[in-house]
Design a protein around this ligand. Structure first.
Ligand code: HEM
Length: 406
């Protein structure tokens, strides 16, 4: 239990830390990796380079500290992060390492402002926050391991099939190397893939959404090849596209994530995606077809043009053979071939008047996923259209960010 005094010190210094937020966390990461280079096997180097992880962690620590006397109110956010941590293999013994290096970074950046009293109070508060994460994650590890076909950490999978879906997206069909059962999952969930590139000192972990319905004898992920072999963002996706072949093995953690389709709802559902944000939507669409026949679905996909538009034939086929599914395609920059084929419904971007026109009503559950500007725009449209917030569901790729500040 924290004393009232400690709570007061922590709460009153949150704004000071916020002011130095990114400086502290940047310094924290430098220290962390200097002292524990083995953690570079877990952290995403591309996110580090772009500073997104720093921002995500800083936001989470300050949010938690600001609610230190009522941590239960931020439990939904804790759970979302804990899903990611569990899928990455973060363990209780990692928390003191993070705590120690975070406190040292605070001390270093704040200098004289960081009195012993303040540092002690933050040390105690971090301990309380860490315990909440450790407890939530313990339950998640247990659940993942005890589930039929489940497992706790990483498990070797074989690439059974590799299918090119567009110029930039390729699907990998993964089956367990041990020939055992596959845990069920919820549409919208993702898994982590651990990759070791020859000549590189550390393993790298990336999350990819499952792009097919559950209940199949494989897990399917559909990976976008990011530009630039040497771009940290593109390293893993280029490796998967260019070097990983059928029959190769990769380490995979059990499905995770709380951006999932509510299968108890029978309301019409609108699935909106931009670019490779299509993958969880595809899983949701196929699950509705398998498990909720009769539920009305509008599937809206925005892409640059037909060359980079993946899985379009699969969506069109589902819409052709199922009267409850309507699909729309929006191309920002259609090619001449797209124009000749007439394979899209709108040129430009998704707009609110267009959404109103094609949907007719806001009485639906909305799920969306895609690049940050796409997500911010859709969120804004839906709020303007007075869609209740509890019917708006979205997920970012990469560290979570606040839509309003994105
Ligand atoms: C991701 C917060 C402890 C490793 C994240 C994210 C947040 C966060 C907000 C981004 C989640 C997202 O992408 O949606 C925290 C807080 C912690 C904590 C508040 C302490 C109370 C730890 C520890 C480790 C760790 C102890 C392991 C040493 C990671 C990694 C990611 C992550 C590897 C994935 C992001 C990336 O690689 O770019 N954490 N975390 N975290 N966390 Fe933590």
């Amino acid at each position: 239990m924290l004393t009232q005094k400690t709570i007061e010190i922590v709460k009153s210094t949150v704004p000071v830390l916020e002011e130095h937020g990114t400086t502290i966390t940047t310094r924290f990461y430098q220290r962390l990796f200097e002292n524990h280079p083995e953690l570079l096997n877990i952290f995403n180097h591309a996110n580090q380079k772009k500073g997104r992880q720093q921002q995500a962690l800083a936001n989470a620590v300050y949010a938690a500290a600001a609610h230190i006397d009522q941590l239960e109110t931020i439990l939904p956010v804790v759970k979302q992060i804990a899903h990611k941590h569990r899928s990455l293999g973060i363990k209780p013994e990692h928390y003191p390492i993070v705590g120690e290096n975070l406190l040292l970074a605070i001390k270093e950046v704040l200098g004289d402002q960081a009195t012993d009293e303040i540092i002690e109070a933050w040390g105690e508060a971090y301990g309380v926050i860490a315990d909440v994460f450790i407890q939530v994650e313990k339950e998640m590890y247990q659940e993942a391991a005890e589930k039929e076909g489940g497992w706790k950490d990483f498990r070797p999978f074989i690439v059974d099939k590799k299918v090119k879906e567009s110029d930039v997206i390729t699907s990998f069909y993964l089956v367990p190397a041990d020939g055992g059962k596959l845990a069920d999952y919820l549409p919208g969930q993702y898994l982590s893939v651990k990759v070791k590139i020859e000549g590189e000192p550390y393993t790298q972990i990336r999350q990819y959404s499952l792009s097919d319905a559950p209940g199949k004898p494989y897990y399917r992920i559909s990976v976008k090849r990011e530009k630039g072999q040497n771009n940290p963002d593109g390293k893993i996706s280029n490796h998967l596209h260019g070097h990983v072949k059928e029959e190769d093995t990769m380490e995979v953690s059990a499905p995770a994530g709380d951006f999932t389709l509510d299968l108890d709802s029978n309301r019409p559902v609108v699935l909106l995606s931009g670019g490779v944000g299509l993958t969880p939507m595809m899983s949701m669409l196929r699950t509705i077809v398998d498990q909720q026949p009769g539920r009305k679905v509008t599937f809206i996909h925005a892409a640059q043009n037909g060359k980079v538009h993946a899985l379009d034939e699969q969506v069109k086929e589902l819409a052709r053979t199922n009267g409850d599914i309507t699909s729309y395609v929006v191309y920002s920059d259609p090619t001449e071939a797209d124009k000749a084929a007439g394979n899209f419904d709108k040129e430009g971007y998704v707009t609110l008047p267009w959404l109103k026109e094609v949907l007719g009503t806001n009485q639906a559950d909305f799920y969306f996923c895609g690049p940050v500007p796409f997500m911010s725009a859709i969120n804004q449209f839906l709020l303007e259209w007075e869609v209740p917030e509890n019917r708006i569901h979205f997920e970012f790729f990469g560290p979570s960010m606040n839509l309003e500040t994105a």
